[in-house]
Design a protein around this ligand. Structure first.
Ligand SMILES: *Cc1c(COP(=O)(O)O)cnc(C)c1O
Length: 464
């Protein structure tokens, strides 16, 4: 036996394995509330560590640049078929590409395929809840490659209500004449009005793409409205609410687009453009282990257990929202329809950074986020909290009440620390380190959270 080849990681590389074990412990003992994260299933992990990882298969099924792909073809075709089924799509009207390495490459492949270089794209602004890949740039720098290789123009939320300002989008789109409008969010707690997006796209001859990366699990389960009725193209990640592998998927319309006055059929032409943008345009060999994991994720997504899970994700988010509001916290848009809550900390006397930090020290993971009306994107005033990961661990509404209690305690502790430290995050951290009384309070709360968290199941392997 060659131990490099057949040994277990814990024997061949104990140094690395120890670190992985610590990460597993962190996951077990913390409350994971980052809205984009989840704990995937054992079947997905088994696909990811399977022999499929070894195979090169550039090209599409039955049109590969390498030999030996008969089973790889079967797997990719299965992943495609199940992806369509998961979202109740007919193979006549929709095609799908399951090769994108992740959500960002999936989006870039769409732009590359259907928007010409420096063509115009509109997406929700990053500080308003959009995603970097929708074209983020600042006054001094083009941040996302979407804004470097295409011309992007953001649309915004109304700073008072926190809701997407569709009227303003319609007005701006009329001037900017985008080729593509993106309906998609990373931090927005309300359902999108895809019908309105479609109207605006049609008024300007633009394509409409939904990026449902965050909400695809909810869409698959039918818990929120589906973008497919109104969109030309839909992209998603598969590792967020969908709870699959880290990967991306692109759905595109095919078949008849419209019929001319003289009766000629006009066909959609996305299929070749998008498939060729993915490969050979942007990517090389598909990640076949991830594609298999997508296949099994899509199978899971139509099961009653999965649908129940997604319903619980939303129930838990609503309960979280109510709990925080009842304790006096402001919530952007005043509520949630989905899996996340955006807490506006401006009236709570804590910046987003300090709130994130104190929660992290208490083993509650979330992220700071801009809130509608924020003056500075560098010093955001809110935190984004999500329920997908906790719900996977089995938490129900009553458990969420307990979580609200922990969050409230931690944030109050943050306020107490701020009174001593002043508003700077360095002083804030220093006070926690150096003030023995504060240090103990943080350690006590952390211990309480960790003890509680460890009582819930965690899918995956026992120690890693
Ligand atoms: C997470 C996300 C992406 C990017 O996905 P990655 O897998 O991180 O590249 C794209 N769009 C939206 C809306 C997202 O939330």
């Amino acid at each position: 036996m060659n131990s490099l080849l057949n040994g277990n990681l814990w024997d061949t590389d104990p140094e690395l394995f120890e670190i992985i074990k610590k990460e597993k412990q962190r996951q077990r003992h913390g409350l994971e509330m980052i809205a984009s994260e989840n704990f995937t299933s054992v079947p997905v992990l088994q696909c990811l560590s399977s022999c499929l990882h070894n195979k090169y298969s550039e090209g599409m099924p039955h049109q590969r640049y390498y030999g030996g792909n008969e089973y790889i073809d079967e797997i990719e075709i299965l992943a495609q078929k199940r992806s369509l089924e998961a979202f109740r799509l007919s193979g006549e009207q929709w095609g799908v590409n399951v090769q994108p390495y992740s959500g960002s490459p999936a989006n870039f492949a769409v732009y590359t395929g259907v928007v010409e270089p420096h063509g115009r794209i509109m997406g929700l602004d990053l500080p308003d809840g959009g995603h970097l890949t929708h074209g983020f740039f600042t006054a001094t720098k083009k941040i996302s490659a979407t804004s470097i290789f295409f011309e992007s123009m953001p649309y915004k939320v109304d700073p008072k209500t926190g809701l997407i300002d569709y009227d303003k989008l319609a007005e701006t789109a009329k001037l900017f004449k985008p080729r593509l409008i993106i309906a998609g969010i990373s931090c927005y707690s309300r359902c999108l009005d895809y019908k309105r997006f479609r109207q605006i796209a049609d008024e300007n001859g633009a394509y409409l793409m939904a990026d449902m990366a965050h909400v695809s699990g909810l869409v698959a389960a039918g818990v929120i409205p589906s973008p497919f009725e109104y969109c030309d193209i839909v992209t998603t990640t598969t590792h967020k609410t969908l709870r699959g592998p880290r990967a991306g998927v692109i759905f595109f319309r095919k078949g008849v687009r419209s019929v001319n006055a003289n009766g000629t059929k006009v066909m959609y032409d996305f299929e070749n453009k998008i498939n060729q943008a993915v490969f050979p345009g942007l990517q090389g060999g598909p990640h076949n282990h991830a594609i298999a994991a997508i296949a099994t994720t899509m199978k899971q997504s139509i099961s009653p257990e999965f649908i129940e899970y997604q319903k619980q994700v939303v129930k838990n988010a609503k309960r979280l929202c109510e709990g925080l509001m009842s304790r006096g916290y402001d919530i952007a848009t005043g509520g949630t329809d989905v899996h996340l809550v955006l807490v506006d900390m401006r009236n709570a006397g804590l910046s987003g950074a300090r709130a994130e930090r104190i929660l992290e020290l208490c083993s509650i993971a979330c992220n700071k986020n801009t809130v509608p009306g924020d003056k500075s994107a560098l010093n955001p005033s809110g935190i984004r909290l999500g329920t997908p990961a906790l719900t996977t661990r089995g938490l129900k509404e009553a458990d969420i009440d307990r979580v609200v209690d922990f969050i409230d305690k931690a944030l109050k502790l943050g306020q107490e620390i701020t009174k001593i430290s002043g508003p700077k995050i360095v002083d804030f951290n220093k006070t926690i380190e150096e003030n023995a009384d504060i240090n103990k309070k943080v350690a006590d709360l952390r211990a309480e959270v960790e003890k509680y968290s460890a009582t819930f199941q965690l899918p995956g392997y026992e120690t890693y």
